[in-house]
Design a protein around this ligand. Structure first.
Ligand code: FE
Length: 200
């Protein structure tokens, strides 16, 4: 099995947001897809380590902001590289609230969708949520950002470094050591060893 074959799958990038009581939160996902049109349903797969995961499991509701190509790296740092358990990720950001009471991004989003969970499946590291689309609006209408575009245009180019070890292809974190443990999880973005490349 050549893992490079897997990299040819295409993905969008999204801010997935939820609300539990007074707490707003969001995280970055790349796994959202429409699966049926009648009824209009989407699936999202969410890593269980994300605080947003627990909020959706509890409340059964979320918004999906479909990021456009204007999105700066800071949005990925804000929503992807820290935990809502520790910080208020919405602090100082322009967000609007949909009819379901949950925030969505006002800037750098092509559109947003609201989802109401109808079914979920335990996938081990992730939960797959199947949801009815209950609301949605076109925002910038700009080209949705793809994972490939993120890798080539948004993620900062890796610094030439003397360091040896393994670099996370998602966020750039460097593990200094060899070998990289098979069960290693990136401390910044929570991706596994498969998303690391050897450097040095
Ligand atoms: Fe990482």
């Amino acid at each position: 099995m050549d893992n490079k074959a897997m990299y040819q799958l295409t993905y969008g990038l999204f801010v997935l947001s939820a609300k539990d009581g007074k707490k707003d939160n969001g995280c970055i996902i790349n796994t959202a897809a429409q699966v049926t049109t009648t009824p209009n349903r989407i699936t999202i797969a969410v890593n269980k380590q994300n605080f947003t995961h627990d909020m959706i499991k509890k409340t059964g509701a979320f918004n999906l902001s479909i990021l456009d190509e204007s999105v700066p790296f800071e949005v990925f740092q804000r929503f992807g590289f820290q935990s809502g358990r520790d910080v208020d990720k919405l602090d100082g950001i322009e967000a609007l609230r949909a009819e379901n009471g949950i925030v969505y991004l006002k800037e750098h989003a092509s559109a947003f969708l609201s989802g109401k969970v109808v079914q979920e499946m335990d996938l081990g590291s992730h939960t797959l949520f199947l949801a009815d689309v209950t609301d949605g609006e076109l925002l910038s209408g700009g080209s949705p950002v793809t994972y490939t575009y993120y890798q080539s245009h948004i993620k900062p180019k890796p610094q030439t470094t003397e360091k040896k070890g393994y670099r996370c292809k998602i966020c750039g974190y460097i593990y200094e050591g060899d070998p990289l443990p098979e069960d290693f999880i990136c401390p910044i973005c929570k991706h596994g060893a498969a998303d690391f490349e050897k450097i040095g």
